[in-house]
Design a protein around this ligand. Structure first.
Ligand SMILES: Cc1ncc(C[n+]2csc(CCOP(=O)(O)OP(=O)(O)O)c2C)c(N)n1
Ligand SMILES: [Mg+2]
Length: 402
C-alpha cells in the first residue's frame, strides 16, 4: 500500500486544487475528485496539509488557519495529555483493571483538530476510539474508563456534552448522526453534527445510507472518516479501490482528504466543513489520512498481519513531534513549557490510575433498570432469574460474608 504517503511528498494541495475555496469548500472539490478516479495501485491523491512531518508551516490555496501561540500550545497540550491518557488506559488493561481498550495512538491530531473545530452546541457521534474528541467535548476521562471497566453501563449522559455514547456496532452512528442533523434543520437551529467512523466502517451499508439521506435532505452533518489504514487486520487495499473521500461525489456532496497527522490542517478543514453545514450547504466528507500506531484493541496483535517497516514509516509523521518542532523553531514554546507539561501529564496519569482503581463495583441488579422506560415482563423475568442465580451462591456457602 502506498503508505509512503503523500504527507511527506505533497504538502501543498488537495484534490480540489485551487478551485475549491475553503468557504465554499465543496462541490468543486468533489467534482475535481470525481474527474480523476484513482486506479488500484495508482499514486495516492494529494491531501490538505498545513504543517509538514518535518514541522514546517506551509500554505494551502483552499484552507488556511491563523492561530495564536497560545492556541497552538493548547493544541499541543491536548494531544500530549490525550496520548498520556491512552498509555495509562493500555497499562490499566494489562493490569486487569479494564476489560478492553481501543488505543488512539497516532490519531491524536485527527481527533484533537476535529474536536476543537466543533462548537458547544454541535453534536458529536463517535465510534469507540474517539477519546481525543471526548476530551475536547469535556467528557470526564474517568467516564470513558468506567465503560471499559464495565462499571457504568455505557458511560455518560450524551446530552451533557453533546457527545453521544460510544458505538461499537460499526457504522450505525452515521445513521444516528444523519437523523439528528435532519432534526437540527427541522428545529431551525444553526448547529452542526459530526459523525466519526473508520475506513472499515465505510463499507457498511449504514454509512452509505447515512450519506444518501444526508445528501437528499441537505442535512448539516460532517462525515469524519479516520482512515487509519486498517480495519482490524484488513488493510485499505482489501477494502476499496477508490480513495474514500471521492465516494462523496457519488452521493452529491464534496469530499476532501486531509493529512490526519497534521492538527492544523484537520482543524482548518473541519471548521470549513462545519461552517458550510451551518450555512445550510449540506453534508461533507472528510477523510483524515492517518495511522493506527498500536493494536486495534488490547485483544489484538498487529505483528500477525502488518510489517514493522510500515509503522516506522508513519512514526516519522508523528502528529505531536511535528508540532513540537514547529513550536520550538518559532520560539512559541521553550523547554520550561515542555517540562511543565511533562509534569502535568504525569500527574494526570496518576489521577487516571487512582480514579480507575477506586471505582466501585456496580450494583449487579442495576443493569435491569434502564432497559425500558415503563418496564417489561421479559426484563422482570430475567431480573428474577438473575436474583435467584446470585442467591444460589449464598445458599452454597460462597456468598458475601462467608
Ligand atoms: C456491524 C459490525 N460488524 C463487525 C464488527 C466487528 N468489528 C469491530 S471493529 C471492526 C473494524 C472497524 O474498522 P474501522 O472502521 O477502520 O475502525 P478502526 O477500528 O480502524 O478505528 C470490526 C469489523 C462490529 N463491531 N460491528
Ligand atoms: Mg480503520
Amino acid at each position: 500500500m502506498t503508505v509512503e504517503s503523500t504527507a511527506a511528498r505533497t504538502p501543498r494541495r488537495t484534490s480540489g486544487g485551487k478551485r475549491a475555496a475553503s468557504s465554499k469548500a465543496g462541490t468543486k472539490t468533489a467534482k475535481t475528485a470525481a474527474a480523476k478516479p484513482a486506479k488500484a495501485g495508482a499514486a495516492e491523491p494529494e491531501l490538505v496539509q498545513l504543517l509538514t512531518p518535518e514541522g514546517q508551516r506551509v500554505e494551502h490555496p483552499d484552507y488556511s488557519i491563523d492561530l495564536s501561540a497560545d492556541e497552538l500550545r493548547g493544541l499541543y497540550k491536548d494531544m500530549v495529555l490525550t496520548r498520556q491518557f491512552d498509555a495509562e488506559a493500555i497499562a490499566l488493561q494489562r493490569q486487569g483493571e479494564l476489560g478492553l481498550w481501543p488505543s488512539l495512538l497516532g490519531q491524536e491530531a485527527a481527533q484533537i483538530g476535529s474536536g476543537r473545530a466543533t462548537r458547544e452546541d454541535d453534536y458529536v457521534f463517535p465510534t469507540y476510539r474517539e477519546h481525543g474528541v471526548a476530551w475536547c467535548r469535556g467528557v470526564e476521562p474517568k467516564k470513558l474508563l468506567g465503560m471499559f471497566r464495565g462499571v457504568n453501563n455505557g458511560g455518560w449522559d450524551p446530552n451533557t456534552n453533546n457527545f453521544h455514547l460510544y458505538t461499537i456496532v460499526i457504522g450505525s452512528q452515521a445513521l444516528h448522526a444523519t437523523g439528528y442533523a435532519m432534526g437540527v434543520t427541522k428545529d431551525g437551529a444553526d448547529s452542526a453534527v459530526v459523525a466519526y467512523f473508520g475506513d472499515g466502517a465505510s463499507s457498511q451499508g449504514d454509512v452509505m445510507e447515512g450519506f444518501n439521506f444526508a445528501a437528499v435532505y441537505n442535512a448539516p452533518v460532517v462525515f469524519f472518516c479516520q482512515n487509519n489504514q486498517w480495519a482490524i487486520s484488513e488493510s485499505n487495499e482489501k477494502q476499496f479501490r477508490v480513495p474514500l473521500f471521492q465516494r462523496a461525489q457519488g452521493f452529491g456532496f464534496p469530499g476532501v482528504r486531509v493529512d490526519g497527522n497534521d492538527v492544523l490542517a484537520v482543524l482548518a478543514v473541519t471548521r470549513a466543513a462545519l461552517d458550510r453545514a451551518r450555512r445550510g450547504e449540506g453534508p461533507m466528507l472528510i477523510e483524515a489520512f492517518t495511522y493506527r500506531m498500536g493494536a486495534h484493541t488490547t485483544s489484538d496483535d498487529p505483528t500477525k498481519y502488518r510489517r514493522d517497516e510500515e509503522r516506522e514509516a508513519w512514526e516519522a509523521k508523528d502528529p505531536i513531534l511535528r508540532l513540537r518542532t514547529y513550536l520550538l523553531a518559532e520560539g512559541m514554546a521553550d523547554e520550561a513549557f515542555f517540562a511543565d507539561l511533562e509534569k502535568e501529564s504525569e500527574d494526570f496519569g496518576k489521577q487516571v490510575r487512582e480514579a480507575v482503581r477506586s471505582m466501585p463495583d456496580p450494583d449487579m441488579m442495576a443493569i435491569f433498570e434502564n432497559v425500558y422506560a415503563d418496564g417489561s415482563a421479559l426484563v422482570d423475568e430475567e431480573r428474577a432469574q438473575f436474583a435467584a442465580y446470585q442467591a444460589s451462591f449464598a445458599d452454597a456457602g460462597h456468598g458475601e460474608g462467608k
